[in-house]
Design a protein around this ligand. Structure first.
Ligand SMILES: Cc1ncc(COP(=O)(O)O)c(C=O)c1O
Length: 430
């Protein structure tokens, strides 16, 4: 019935991690992000297990852009995985949480010189170089600081993953990475080999996000391995690592068909292991960067229902006490979500609603055409699978404080991100 195993139904009331959501609302108010710790940890463990089963050496890097905060960095550290960070702010958060610098991989298509310097000063494990500007900047900074920086290149493998235009990244028309087709990637590798302060340890690709189909992942692995062989043939070096990125889809809707990450991992591993055997290449250490698939389905957001506007023959607007400020994904790319009246799970769903936020934007919607039991003011509205790219994309638009985030585990809850206050809103105003 639900998109995630951590959810349940206690006499018509939604539960998460075994806790009734009305109890959470009573204790913490709304809007409220709720995350189930066991689901997050199990997802990490399953990815780790798949890597261990399929490769001699592998590492999971949690793509922290999905949800970066001190507690998530602590959990990632506790589970012994690495971290994909995409800004100095994400790195700062990780380091503040005590995350080991050497297990951080620094991404981004336009890292500023300040960010690169910050990363190099803090001995961040690997910088994933996106373009020539960065390559020069890293070399310059490394030289000045008399350091050797480990780098990988982000490659566009020329794969068109079937997902939303805004989250497709593997094709040549993308702002991310070096293209293979026009020789950019080849020249980047060639020009780095004699650079004293840079150590090229591998290549990276990430073809997009929320990808259900296994074929694009398999094709990307084939393309990347061919490039590994070309590098070996022409420069006589075998790169140590291959980072295949993230992008594994999660269930936003009950009807979403999911192939299972295990299947994907096996299929890709067969391609890589067979290719290496046939071409007498050593199998590189394989890295993956799941973000959404670690935290997405572990999270829900709870709201209270406020005004209801029934516009005859047009639609019914059901307004909640949050919106695009805490979840901009429908406004950005019309993302699907299951929306439930959390306190009426056993009531008949026969009311068609557009769930609207409270921001001054007509586009501030959470979902359209939701069929739910007839809502009333004060009902608890739950939006499912909001663990990824919700808090991390949140804003203070309309000067609305960002909600708190609560972690549930063993039928207990604890705040991991405090609710913002009005004082927080004016903190930097002068
Ligand atoms: C380089 C890179 N790795 C990993 C991810 C995580 O993707 P997902 O959350 O879909 O797993 C992203 C997402 O944008 C990315 O850009």
């Amino acid at each position: 019935m639900f998109t995630s195993d951590c959810l349940g139904n206690d006499n018509g009331m939604l539960t998460i991690g075994g806790i009734r959501v009305d109890d959470l609302v009573k204790e913490y108010s709304t809007p409220l992000y709720v995350l189930d710790e066991d689901t997050v940890r199990n997802n990490i463990r399953n990815f780790k297990k798949s890597l261990d089963e399929n490769y001699e050496k592998g590492m999971v890097l949690y793509a922290s852009k999905a949800l970066n905060c001190l507690e998530l960095c602590r959990i990632a550290n506790d589970e012994g995985i690495g971290l994909d960070c995409v800004s100095a702010g994400e790195i700062y958060t990780a380091l503040t949480a005590g995350f080991p610098a050497e297990r951080i991989y620094f991404h981004g298509n336009n890292k500023t010189e300040d960010e690169l310097e910050y990363a190099i000063d803090n001995n961040i494990g690997v910088i994933i170089v996106d373009n020539y500007y960065e390559l020069d900047a890293i070399e310059e900074i490394a030289k000045q600081k008399k350091k050797t920086v480990k780098v990988m290149f982000r490659i566009k493998p020329g794969i068109d993953a079937h997902t939303h235009d805004f989250i497709r990244t593997g094709q040549i028309d993308s702002k991310f990475g070096f293209a293979l087709e026009n020789g950019e990637a080849y020249n980047a590798v060639k020009s780095t080999l004699d650079k004293e302060n840079l150590k090229l340890i591998g290549l990276h690709c990430h073809i997009g996000s929320q990808i259900f189909d296994d074929q694009p992942f398999m094709e990307a692995a084939r393309v990347m391995m061919k490039f590994y062989k070309q590098i070996k043939d022409e420069f006589s070096i075998e790169l140590d690592q291959l980072n295949l990125g993230g992008g594994f889809a999660i269930k936003y809707l009950e009807t979403d068909e999911h192939i299972g990450y295990d299947t994907y991992m096996k299929e890709v591993a067969t391609i890589i292991n067979d290719f290496c055997k046939e071409n007498a290449l050593k199998v590189p250490m394989i890295l993956i960067e799941p973000g959404r698939s670690v935290v997405g389905a572990a999270g829900i957001t709870l709201y209270k229902c406020g005004s209801i506007k029934e516009i005859k023959n047009i639609r019914n607007y059901v307004a909640i006490d949050g919106g695009m400020g805490d979840n901009p994904r429908y406004a950005l790319y019309e993302s699907d979500y299951e929306v439930l009246i959390a306190n009426k799970l056993n009531e008949k769903a026969d009311y068609k609603a557009t769930v609207a936020g409270k921001c001054c934007e007509s586009g501030d919607l959470i979902q359209e055409n939701v069929v739910m039991p007839k809502p009333e003011k004060g009902d608890i509205v739950a939006v499912l699978s909001t663990g990824a790219y919700n808090y991390s994309m949140a804003s203070n638009y309309n000067r609305i404080p960002r909600p708190a985030m609560v972690m549930v585990k063993d039928k207990k809850s604890r705040v991991i991100i405090k609710r913002e206050t009005f004082e927080d809103l004016v903190r930097n105003d002068i």
